[in-house]
Design a protein. Structure first.
Length: 253
């Protein structure tokens, strides 16, 4: 019988579904979740990236994902978990996505904006990736166009397209910089990206984009330490733009 995986804020939706057991996800998947890999037959995930990644790891079959944010996690075959401050990829089955745009209407504005920022980073990083293909370029471009409309159903589609794009290319420089901000300072994925994106976007992306939902985020962090750690992630070099310590220090100072 199905296991429903949810967060505190998506608990209110679980009775729309048939289930046998529930699991509350409070944080990003960790070693404890990785140790439970492929132990469930049917898992329904209602939530954002951490909830969907947890379901992908637990389920030996494709999980059923009902995204409530714009992480794009329901569109990719890999999940991530964190172990001793490092992000580790794990191969899973691509979930079956069910769209419930009404579930996103109750998202707090700040979480919604950080999540839209995550989606935009996925699209931008796919479009500057040296692993880009015609299909990933198309998905990334469409995603950015839909995000510009800033309407709920368009934003959900934008998140799927951005997820499809990074499924092909992977992420690169912005996400690589975000991981140490999250692991060293406990700052959420979306907030770390909202800090980084406006500072690096003009260098990385050669077209002007207007980001209506981004407010200025200031973080009290050691930039040099973050950059040194980010440069140890191989994916940071998978962007078509040159990245090195000097350039990143200049952008993030
Ligand atoms: Zn992301």
């Amino acid at each position: 019988m199905p296991l429903i995986v949810h967060s505190k804020s998506t608990e209110k939706f679980i009775d729309d579904w048939t289930y046998d057991r529930t699991m509350l996800v409070r944080d990003k998947p960790d070693k404890h979740i990785a140790d439970l890999e492929n132990t469930e037959n049917i898992v329904i995930a209602i939530g954002g990236g951490s909830v969907i990644d947890t379901a992908k790891i637990l389920c030996r079959n494709p999980a059923i994902a009902v995204p409530t944010t714009f992480s794009g996690a329901s569109r990719t075959k890999h999940a991530v978990y964190w172990y001793h401050g490092r992000k580790i990829n794990i191969n899973t089955k691509k979930p079956i996505t069910i769209c419930k745009p009404e579930y996103q209407e109750t998202l707090p504005k700040e979480i919604r904006n950080y999540s839209l920022c995550d989606c935009l980073c996925h699209a931008i990083e796919a479009s500057i990736s040296n692993r880009a293909t015609k299909l990933s370029d198309y998905c990334a471009r469409m995603s950015i166009e839909l995000l510009g409309k800033n309407k709920p159903a368009d934003s959900l589609n934008a998140s799927f397209l951005a997820g499809d794009a990074i499924e092909i290319t992977g992420t690169n420089v912005i996400h690589a910089l975000s991981y140490p901000i999250t692991s060293l300072y406990g700052i959420s994925h979306g907030k770390a990206l909202a800090f980084l994106l406006p500072r690096v976007v003009n260098y990385l992306y050669d077209r002007e984009i207007e980001v209506q939902f981004l407010e200025n985020v200031e973080l009290d962090i050691n930039i040099e330490k973050v950059i040194d750690e980010a440069l140890t992630y191989k994916k940071i070099y998978e962007s078509r733009r040159l990245v090195n310590k000097r350039i990143l220090m200049e952008l993030l100072k």
